[in-house]
Design a protein around this ligand. Structure first.
Ligand SMILES: Nc1ncnc2c1ncn2[C@@H]1O[C@H](COP(=O)(O)OP(=O)(O)OP(=O)(O)O)[C@@H](O)[C@H]1O
Length: 296
């Protein structure tokens, strides 16, 4: 992996008003050519962080360097190298998709052809439709088109596939992956863990303004326990200390899923016990995320 940092954040803090800390002293590096994901529950501080990285908001404390520069003070140098897709685009509604993208391209120094980008985001057949008549998912794809048409070296995508149907989401993933393969570094936020697993080389999970865990998806999941669930019944003594019971379901947590499952099945066989509702699940990004969300 290329470990040349394109972006570094140290002690990044953002407070609202006099007392609310939305981003609480976080540190991370984003390397050239990678896709870095910022994940977290609603209100974890992802957008508040992204806005500082993008140079749209000032940090209350800490530093950010983008291409070694200050994204606010050196805005003139940094901005042309960045593409931004925010949660809300806010286009004039009476322009068509093509007019909107052409107008935006007119402000950039090195835009790709408008028709090519409309084709990439599958809006070529909707090019002459006014923004007011586009569906929510189509507006989202127009947002993405505006973010990539300037051939940015660093692309920020804030929930790029929210509102897209599953097929359009897959297409957006392919497009984002192909933009990365052309050398662009990408920072994205998402609520879709499958999206993070598919796209992100590394990710950080935020909770209440802090980064709780970070690394590759595999390294974040490693060390997290797997679970065995079944309908509530008396269980072997050796599992009692790792078992919890909730709404009629017993859950055993384990770091040795195969071994413990084999033991449990052998016990059930010997004692003639029916393990109804049996479900064994390896640790996943989702289980890590849910534990963090629950403050575990
Ligand atoms: N302008 C603001 N003034 C006061 N509080 C704010 C402001 N913007 C955000 N917040 C608060 O800061 C916290 C972090 O918000 P932020 O939008 O960064 O979270 P997020 O992780 O992006 O959430 P989501 O997944 O819902 O988009 C939330 O508690 C939010 O209510």
């Amino acid at each position: 992996m290329n470990t040349t940092p394109v972006l570094t954040a140290r002690g990044l803090t953002r407070t609202y008003g006099s007392s609310f800390t939305a981003v609480d002293g976080i540190d991370f590096d984003i390397y050239e050519g990678e896709i870095f994901g910022l994940l977290g529950t609603n209100g974890a501080g992802k957008t508040s962080t992204l806005e500082i990285l993008e140079g749209l908001a000032k940090a209350s404390a800490g530093t950010v360097k983008v291409f070694g520069l200050d994204p606010i003070k050196d805005r003139k140098k940094v901005r042309p190298r960045q593409g931004l897709m925010m949660q809300e685009g806010g286009f004039p509604t009476d322009l068509t998709a093509r007019e909107t993208l052409s107008m935006w391209a007119g402000t950039l120094s090195n835009p790709l052809p408008v028709g090519t980008v409309l084709d990439w985001v599958s809006l070529d057949h909707r090019a002459n439709v006014r923004v007011s008549s586009l569906s929510g998912g189509e507006v989202r794809r127009l947002d993405l088109a505006c973010a990539i048409i300037g051939q940015p070296q660093l692309l920020f995508l804030d929930e790029p596939t929210t509102g897209l149907d599953p097929e359009s989401r897959r297409q957006a993933w392919e497009l984002i992956a192909s933009i990365q393969s052309s050398g662009t570094t990408i920072v994205l936020t998402t609520h879709y863990l499958e999206e993070a697993e598919y796209l992100c080389d590394r990710l950080a999970i935020m909770h209440e303004g802090k980064i709780v865990t970070s690394g590759t998806s595999d390294s974040v999941v490693a060390g997290h326990p797997s679970t065995i669930k079944f309908d509530e019944l008396a269980i072997p003594v050796e599992f009692e200390s790792r078992a919890t019971s909730h709404r009629g379901t017993t859950t055993i947590t384990t770091h040795q899923l195969q071994k413990d499952l084999a033991k449990l099945l052998a016990w059930a066989e010997e004692t003639g016990t029916e393990l109804s509702g049996l479900k064994a699940s390896a640790a996943s990004l989702e289980s890590v995320f849910l534990d963090i969300a629950e403050g575990k």
